[in-house]
Design a protein around this ligand. Structure first.
Ligand SMILES: Cc1cc2nc3c(=O)[nH]c(=O)nc-3n(C[C@H](O)[C@H](O)[C@H](O)COP(=O)(O)OP(=O)(O)OC[C@H]3O[C@@H](n4cnc5c(N)ncnc54)[C@H](O)[C@@H]3O)c2cc1C
Length: 417
């Protein structure tokens, strides 16, 4: 059956990665059709914690992690859990995760993320300078808190690695902690403070605003579900759920955690999974929160948003189809109330989101192995908002056949073969 309609570039997925890709492509003179089955901002980009976490260059799979992880799994509501119904399905992903925790892979991961984060900061600064987008990004500073001196010391090497990469922090004790954030429980006597910590104050509206900027530049946003992609000689054909077929010069797959099936249609078996995350957004008056607080020993954050305070994080491996277990959000909220005794936990809205995650904690950014007409931009895990502007820039470079400012070798779709 011949493809019926023609498009220059089709971007699949109007999360923050697809939105930034559409914006950059449109700025480069391409003509973009941005498709989303329910969006914009229908997935992880709607409810994340909003942190622009440039210093997070250290991949989670690290030497020794396989000895630590089983301890975390003992608590079904702890920082990491596997839904029993999903234990077998996640096994291949965990095998790749274990392989990625070798010393060599870990060092390579740090190098790749360091380069990516440098680009991320530069490109997000450009986005921040655009009228209508600048008001979404606040400089609140980040306070990384530890329960004890022992846990702070255990993380000291990671801070050294971040400092060597050029990020600046200050170690702070109880007196400064109290000044930076009044109302923290007395156990918090050891922390790192980053004065430059940035925060998107409304991730959902920010994503929508980036989409609107792309539209203002000429992009067309259309509600549609993509069910197939096929490479052709000069481009690619995209099939929609209603049977419509689009003949595109370039296709960008930015479908977040749902990208795996479409990449497989092109022969790319990418071990993309989801790390499900939970949070609760409380009314703004719930607590006088001055800045982002990261509770390192419990893997969750409390962030100040334009419309409230968001409490959440942690990881649940449970795939895309199992129902949410909001006992996890409640557990995080109860912990937050212990750590911030004056926090009013009433009136919150619970949410679960699907982080799109590769086992080595690096995204997939690059051409499909089937054709240079299909570009992948998915799998940013915990860092998709942070790296979205950089990814949009890289996608536009790839679409133009230009050299990218950083090496994309670590982000290749076929690296797990
Ligand atoms: C609890 C939590 C906290 C987080 N905190 C942070 C943070 O502080 N900082 C940070 O940088 N990152 C954070 N993240 C991660 C970040 O949210 C994600 O990495 C990022 O949003 C991924 O963006 P995306 O555009 O790739 O995917 P998504 O936002 O999930 O968007 C994918 C879009 O594709 C559409 N789609 C999928 N398949 C199809 C199809 N076949 N046809 C049409 N449309 C399709 C979906 O409808 C969706 O709108 C957090 C995530 C969670 C869950």
């Amino acid at each position: 059956m011949p493809a019926q309609k023609k498009a220059d570039v089709v971007v699949i997925g109007a999360g923050i990665v697809g939105a930034m890709s559409a914006y950059h492509l449109q700025q480069q003179g391409r003509s973009v059709l941005l498709l989303d089955r329910t969006g914009p901002a229908a997935g992880a980009s709607a409810g994340n914690a909003g942190i622009l976490a440039y210093p997070e260059i250290i991949p989670i799979p690290s030497p020794g992690i396989m000895f630590k992880a089983p301890k975390w799994l003992l608590d079904p509501l702890g920082p990491l859990s596997i839904r029993p119904a999903y234990a077998l399905k996640i096994a291949p992903w965990l095998w790749h995760f274990w392989r990625a925790s070798s010393r060599k892979a870990f060092e390579q991961g740090i190098a790749a993320q360091t380069a990516m984060m440098e680009l991320a900061a530069t490109e997000m600064a450009r986005i921040r300078a655009i009228p209508g987008l600048s008001s979404f990004i606040d400089n609140t500073g980040t306070l990384d808190l530890y329960d004890s001196e022992a846990s702070f010391n255990a993380a000291a090497h990671d801070w050294l690695v971040k400092e060597k990469a050029g990020f600046e922090f200050k170690r702070v004790g109880r007196a400064e902690i109290e000044e930076l954030q009044p109302g923290l429980a007395p156990q918090f006597r050891h922390a790192m403070y980053s004065v430059s910590g940035l925060q998107v104050n409304d991730p959902k509206e920010f994503t929508r605003a980036v989409c609107a900027k792309a539209e203002a530049a000429g992009a067309v946003l259309k509600p549609a579900e993509v069910v197939d992609i096929a490479a052709t000689g000069e481009g690619a054909v995209v099939t929609l759920a209603n049977g419509e077929r689009l003949d595109a010069g370039t296709v960008v797959l930015a479908g977040g955690a749902w990208s795996r099936k479409l990449a497989a249609r092109l022969g790319d078996k990418v071990p993309l999974e989801t790390e499900r995350g939970y949070n609760t957004t409380l009314p703004a008056q719930s607590f006088a929160l001055k800045r982002q607080l990261y509770f390192n020993d419990h893997a969750f954050v409390v962030t100040p948003l334009a419309k409230g305070i968001r409490v959440g994080g942690a990881v649940e491996l449970g795939g895309l189809d199992l129902p949410p277990n909001y006992a996890r959000s409640k557990n995080l909220l109860a912990k937050a109330a212990r750590f911030l005794p004056e926090l009013d936990t009433r009136g919150g809205t619970e949410w679960m989101g699907f982080r799109p995650s590769l086992p080595d904690c690096l995204p997939v950014i690059g051409y499909s192995t089937a054709s240079r007409s299909v570009i992948y931009a998915f799998g940013h895990g915990h860092l998709g908002l942070t790296q979205s502007a950089a990814t949009g820039k890289l996608v536009s470079d790839l679409a133009a056949g230009r050299a990218t400012g950083i090496s994309l070798a670590a982000f290749r779709p076929d690296r797990f073969r």
